[in-house]
Design a protein around this ligand. Structure first.
Ligand SMILES: *Cc1c(COP(=O)(O)O)cnc(C)c1O
Length: 396
């Protein structure tokens, strides 16, 4: 029996390869950081991690994690409601709520689970979910698990959002859901306008701050800070796997009744293991660091602006961005791959994206800035981009 199935999988894999969509993984043998070492022995500057605040290998987070191993052990061997809740889990939930100015927080093993488990317990057939067309896969999957009627609006397009809200007018409850920062362009959701429309049409609002928490807004509180709408968004989801330390874990934070229902009904919370105490301990330290000072957020903002200005001066076409994501537009799929592999030879690790990850003829190299980068790292990357850009005729 397996022979037939194996042949089927082999031909599927061949199709993926033939389409040029096969994903190969590079192997890192050092900690995550600005400079990393690959198993080939090559040392490269990393511009493709979500390590926005440079905390993935932060000594004080490592210290907090180590200390918790001694006083709280390694694993919980339980879901939260049976025997998987420690004082550390509760403290981290409280700290995340304080950070975002919300009422309560529920932790998950990942933001994928937070989004997967948020819609189904809260909404049913009589309700409507109005979702941005470029929302993350985990939002799309979460919406699929829910019986509410689905409406989709064009990316960050408030005119289309209003049209969809009018179509959903007669539904009982309406939820607008959007990513805070969209990962391919680095643009932000127009949250001030979204909140206005939500008020006008009596809808509630959910924002996924995965790429914006710690990054966007003067103190890194995300798009609710950037647009000055703190307290006007009922549900925020986010990850501990990006700016917030980069390990693992996700959360939903917001109105206390919403969080209370999720603790009773959200399936990834009820039927999946509790995060290890060491992740909670490091998470607590991480929020403390970001509350004590804005040093990391400021450095990230400086780095992003510095890099983007240098690239524009060289003549590169950069997508408008309000985050630490910088899309260097090349428009041609093959060129994006050649450009990225030439950069790797120069010691700059970035990824070229093309259809179907981005629209046809919108191929680009995505650069992600980090507070871990020093100015000399940025200069080296800009120099390499300039050299290869001229060689490949992208800039003059
Ligand atoms: C990365 C990401 C997620 C998934 O987060 P994990 O914690 O890694 O599961 C969810 N939503 C958005 C918008 C993301 O960028």
């Amino acid at each position: 029996m397996y022979t037939n199935y194996k042949n089927h999988l082999d031909s599927l894999l061949n199709e993926i390869r033939k389409a040029g969509l096969y994903k190969n993984e590079r192997i890192i043998v050092s900690p995550q950081g600005a400079e990393i070492e690959l198993n080939t022995g090559q040392k490269v500057l990393n511009f493709c991690a979500n390590n926005y605040l440079g905390l993935s290998n932060d000594p004080s987070l490592i210290e907090a994690a180590k200390a918790s191993l001694d006083n709280h052990g390694y694993g919980m061997s339980s879901v939260r409601f049976i025997c998987g809740t420690t004082d550390l889990h509760k403290e981290l939930e409280r700290k995340i709520a304080e950070f975002f100015g919300t009422e309560d927080t529920i932790l998950y093993a990942a933001c994928f689970d937070a989004n997967g488990g948020v819609f189904e317990p809260l909404l049913s057939e009589e309700d409507a979910i109005i979702s941005d067309s470029l929302n993350h896969a985990s939002i799309i999957d979460g919406v699929r698990l829910c019986k509410a009627q689905r409406f989709r609006y064009e990316n960050a397009d408030v005119t289309d959002l209003e049209k969809q809200l009018q179509m959903a007018q007669n539904m009982r409850f309406k939820l607008i859901v959007t990513d805070g920062v969209f990962s391919m362009d680095g643009n932000v959701a127009p949250l001030d306008k979204i909140v206005n429309l939500a008020n006008k049409y009596n809808a509630i609002v959910m924002v996924d701050e995965s790429h914006s928490a710690g990054v966007v807004g003067k103190t890194g509180r995300g798009v609710t800070e950037l647009f000055n709408v703190k307290g006007q968004v009922e549900i925020i989801t986010g990850t501990l796997g990006k700016a917030f330390g980069g390990a693992i874990g996700g959360f939903t934070t917001g109105k206390k009744e919403i969080i209370e229902i999720l603790r009773q009904r959200s399936r990834p919370y009820l039927f999946s293991n509790s995060i290890p105490p060491l992740v909670a301990a490091a998470g607590i330290r991480m929020i403390e660091m970001m509350t004590e000072t804005n040093k990391l957020q400021d450095k990230l903002h400086f780095n992003a602006e510095y890099f983007i200005n240098c690239m524009k001066k060289l003549g590169f076409d950069i997508k408008p961005t309000k985050s630490a994501i910088c899309a260097v537009m090349l428009y041609d799929a093959r060129l994006s791959q050649v450009f990225a592999s030439r950069l790797l030879k120069e010691g700059i690790y970035v990824i070229g994206f093309y259809f179907p990850v981005v629209p046809k003829d919108q191929a680009r190299i995505r650069v992600q800035l980090s507070a871990a980068h020093e100015t000399e790292h940025l200069d080296k990357a800009v120099m390499a981009f300039g050299k290869i850009g001229r060689e490949l005729g992208v800039i003059k």
